[in-house]
Design a protein around this ligand. Structure first.
Ligand SMILES: Cc1cc2nc3c(=O)[nH]c(=O)nc-3n(C[C@H](O)[C@H](O)[C@H](O)COP(=O)(O)OP(=O)(O)OC[C@H]3O[C@@H](n4cnc5c(N)ncnc54)[C@H](O)[C@@H]3O)c2cc1C
Length: 259
């Protein structure tokens, strides 16, 4: 458990940002991950009073506040009907309902965990992160950056007809994924994202058509295997993860082809 010398419930984003420029400050979202650390925090800045817990929908996008909980994502009818149940699928294995009522979208994406279901699945959609100082940038760009002292405010998800699917392999229902693959289709082209390798989720930079046959899928899988790093840990070996990446990519493509 971490300890903190001072607790501040930020009244404005500017106040939270100013406080967070000090290395001894830590931002508090759901606190579910922080709770496991032994950090000695100077000032703990609670983001819970900034009104960032809303899911908003306009004609062109969804805007998801950083303090939206995993459970809100899982149970949002609007999000799940717009994206084929993706938001339920990417959250439903994470620990349990009480946990998901507490852990947040912002804590998940800002921490850029190598095992993150949310990062992997959201990379399959067209998303931008909105940071308090740096402004908006594509999630793919943000995912590659090292940790920083800015504040993730919202995530904007484009409603552009992209159809996603999400598959994971877990040793036990609520454990971290051994491997995760998200895929999405738009205009006949498929984007594939592989996470929990156990490195941060990455988009595979190789073409894959929705209509791909067995040979085209195998060519894509070979490109994916040479492009991405995989490693072993207590959940699975490198070799097993490489095998899973091929299997789950094949399943995602089949699911997209079936519609
Ligand atoms: C036991 C356990 C099992 C888990 N299993 C899974 C799993 O299977 N799949 C999965 O995807 N995830 C899993 N997670 C991660 C979980 O879903 C959350 O991502 C995690 O708890 C962080 O969210 P939080 O709201 O609790 O953040 P916190 O613990 O409050 O914060 C996490 C970090 O992010 C920073 N932070 C928080 N909000 C912001 C913000 N808006 N801007 C900038 N920085 C911010 C904090 O300062 C801190 O460093 C697991 C976590 C635990 C503890």
């Amino acid at each position: 458990m971490f300890t903190a010398q001072q607790y501040v419930k930020a009244a404005t984003l500017e106040e939270a940002w100013q406080l967070n420029q000090k290395r001894s400050t830590t931002l508090l979202a759901g606190g579910c991950w922080l709770r496991l650390t032994r950090r000695r925090v100077g000032t703990l800045v609670d983001l819970g009073g900034l009104g960032l817990d809303t899911i908003e929908e306009t004609e062109g996008e969804f805007s998801l506040g950083a303090m939206v909980t995993l459970r809100q994502l899982e149970t949002s009818q609007a999000l799940n009907s717009a994206f084929g149940g993706l938001f339920k699928e990417m959250t439903r294995h994470i620990v349990g309902v009480q946990f998901r009522n507490c852990a947040t979208l912002g804590g998940s994406i800002a921490a850029r965990f190598g095992f993150s279901d949310l990062l992997c699945a959201l990379l399959a959609l067209d998303c931008e992160v909105e940071l308090f100082k740096a402004g908006r940038m594509p999630l793919e760009q943000y995912a590659k950056l090292p940790a920083d002292r800015d504040i993730l405010v919202r995530i904007h998800v484009k409603k552009n007809g992209r159809r996603p699917v999400y598959q994971t392999m877990r040793n036990a229902e609520t454990d971290l994924p051994v491997l995760a693959v998200a895929a999405s289709e738009k205009d006949g082209q498929v984007r594939v994202v592989v996470g929990a390798r156990p490195a941060r989720a990455e988009v595979v930079n190789a073409p894959l058509a929705l209509a791909a046959d067995k040979a085209a899928l195998e060519a894509f899988q070979a490109a994916m295997q040479s492009q991405l790093t995989f490693a072993g840990n207590m959940r699975g070996s490198e070799e097993y993860r490489r095998h899973l990446a091929n299997v789950l990519t094949g399943r995602c493509l089949a699911a997209l082809q079936e519609g």
